[in-house]
Design a protein around this ligand. Structure first.
Ligand code: 5GP
Ligand code: ZN
Length: 114
C-alpha cells in the first residue's frame, strides 16, 4: 500500500471499481476512461511503479492473469483482437504510478492502434 495511490485504494476497496477478476496477487478492473469497450487494467496488489520492480512470482502472477483474461475480455465484448501493453514510466505515458497492464479490445476497422 502506498499513500495517495489510486490503484492501491482500489485494491483496498476505498475507491470503487468494476472488478472483473481477482486473485491473492492481482486484481483486474475496467478502466474508468476506456479507449474501447471492455478496456481492462490488470494490476499487482502490491504497490510498485515499474514492472521491473516486481519480484519474479508477482510478475508471473500478473502475466498469468493477463494471458487468462485477454481472450475472456475479447469474447465478452465481441472484439477481433486486443492491444495488450504497459506504459512504464512517465516518459512512456504512465499516469498512474502503480504498475498495470492494459487490455484494450480491438475491432476490425476501428482505425488502428490508440
Ligand atoms: P497509464 O497512462 O498510467 O498507463 O494509464 C492509467 C489508466 O488508468 C488510464 O487509462 C485511466 O483511464 C485509468 N484510471 C485512472 N484513474 C482511475 C480510477 O480511479 N479508476 C479506474 N477504473 N481507472 C482509472
Ligand atoms: Zn499503488
Amino acid at each position: 500500500m502506498s499513500d495517495d495511490c489510486i490503484f492501491c485504494s482500489i485494491v483496498d476497496g476505498e475507491i470503487p471499481a468494476r472488478i472483473v477478476h481477482e486473485t491473492d496477487d492481482v486484481v483486474a478492473f475496467l478502466d474508468a476512461n476506456p479507449l474501447a469497450r471492455g478496456h481492462t487494467l490488470v494490476i499487482p496488489k502490491t504497490h510498485a511503479q515499474h514492472v521491473g520492480d516486481l519480484d519474479d512470482d508477482l510478475a508471473a502472477a500478473l502475466f498469468a492473469a493477463v494471458t487468462e483474461l485477454t481472450p475472456h475480455v475479447q469474447s465478452t465484448v465481441g472484439a477481433d483482437g486486443a492491444n495488450v501493453g504497459i506504459n512504464d514510466g512517465e516518459a512512456a505515458g504512465q499516469e498512474v504510478p502503480h504498475a498495470h497492464v492494459h487490455i484494450i479490445p480491438r475491432f476490425e476497422g476501428d482505425g488502428g492502434a490508440p
